[in-house]
Ligand binder design. Structure first.
Ligand code: F6P
Ligand code: MN
Length: 364
């Protein structure tokens, strides 16, 4: 398709903004700054070994470890810096928070402060960096509390603890065979592909919709012994295939890059689960609420899918900590609702005995 027929991200944002005559353009400028950070990260990722960016980040005593206790890759740190540099100067932000930073990041005094908060996972799936498998960046934009904007004071952790339903925008960039930016501003979900010649994101996937039904699920099955009964039931039923209670065969995928799994689900449906389990009871799940579950949840819901903890809609959760972890289930609506139903039903007696099986005598 010739360029003249394509919509650039900039044009898309300007046309969206015309729906709000009072908007000042801050928001669009912020999204373009985020997009710039993603383009810079895409380049760094693309150079791989040639760029000297693979491997672990050196710390003072061995490998550097982030606040989550995870070993930091060089590209985690570089991506975090690129996000900060692209976004701190524009005057649109009151503050930032990131997976890679223990505390909220203040806008330096030499720059103006604005009304939004930017929360991000600069490089999701970073265990995949060294093996040349897709990784991505995830971001969420919130409004800073009125009083923060009025006073211009430093941001604190509590300012970020807003339910996902309050997100103004969310998105991710996927650094795969092509680089894509997927964005919602609360009016559906649109996908843009990076034109490497022009360095511009082009609208290629307008108004994405997730099929309500699917025969594909994603879960790290090595954790199965730690799963709770409703998840075990759901997966067992999928595995039973045509002759089981679902009456159809399922396929399974696990990339270990949540952002890539979210993208696959957005493209062709599916369900992703990283549920709460008993592996590390203190952690209440693996993925993080503010910069993984909420932005992906917003995108899923805006594309007609669903995101849940299993027990309640993800976007209704009131966060209690910046780096809070949570059980996450998202994707095709009917499957997520089924998993929620399994959580709501009384726990079934579990046994290998046929008397306890799906159609067995003692099924509860
Ligand atoms: O950021 C966390 C993450 O890398 C996700 O992208 C991914 O879904 C998950 O961890 C993979 O976890 P595991 O190593 O348990 O498969
Ligand atoms: Mn991540």
């Amino acid at each position: 398709m010739p360029l003249s027929k394509r919509t650039t991200l900039t044009q898309f944002l300007i046309e969206e903004r015309r729906r709000f005559p009072d908007a000042r353009g801050d928001f669009n400028a912020l999204i373009l700054d985020v997009a710039l950070a993603c383009k810079a990260i895409a380049r760094a990722v693309a150079f791989g070994e040639l760029g000297g960016v693979l491997g672990n980040q050196a710390g003072e005593t061995g490998d550097s470890v982030n606040v989550q206790g995870e070993t930091q890759k060089k590209l985690d740190v570089l991506s975090n810096d690129l996000f900060i540099r692209a976004n701190e100067w524009g005057g649109h932000l009151a503050g930032m928070a990131s997976e890679e930073m223990d505390l909220p990041r203040q806008i330096p005094a030499k720059h103006p402060r604005g009304k939004y908060l930017l929360v991000f996972d600069p490089l999701d799936g970073s265990s995949n960096i060294d093996v040349n498998v897709s990784v991505g960046s995830i971001f969420s934009i919130l409004r800073a509390p009125q009083e923060v904007v009025a006073s211009g004071r430093d941001v604190a952790e509590a300012d970020f603890l807003q339910p996902g339903a309050q997100q103004v925008a969310a998105g991710y960039a996927l650094y795969g065979p092509t680089t894509m930016l997927v964005l919602t501003v609360g009016n559906g979900v649109n996908g843009f592909t990076l034109d490497p010649n022009l360095g511009e994101f082009m609208l290629t996937h307008p108004q994405l919709q997730i099929p309500a039904d699917t025969q594909e699920f994603a879960i790290n099955a090595s954790n199965s012994r730690f799963w709770e009964a409703p998840i075990r039931r759901y997966v067992d039923e999928c595995l039973a295939g045509k002759t089981g209670p679902r009456g159809k065969d399922f396929n399974m995928r696990w990339i270990a890059s949540m952002v890539a799994e979210a993208h696959r689900i957005l493209m062709r449906g599916g369900v992703f689960m990283y549920p709460r389990d008993s592996k590390e009871p203190a952690k209440n799940g693996r993925l993080r609420l503010l910069y993984e579950a909420n932005p992906v949840g917003f995108i899923m819901e805006q594309a007609g899918g669903r995101a849940s903890t299993g027990r309640q809609p993800m976007l209704a959760v009131h966060p209690t900590a910046l780096h809070q972890r949570i059980g996450l289930v998202f994707g095709s609506k009917n499957e997520v609702e089924r998993i929620e139903r399994y959580h709501a039903e009384p726990t079934r007696v579990e046994s290998d005995s046929p008397l306890f099986a799906e159609r067995g005598l003692f099924r509860v």
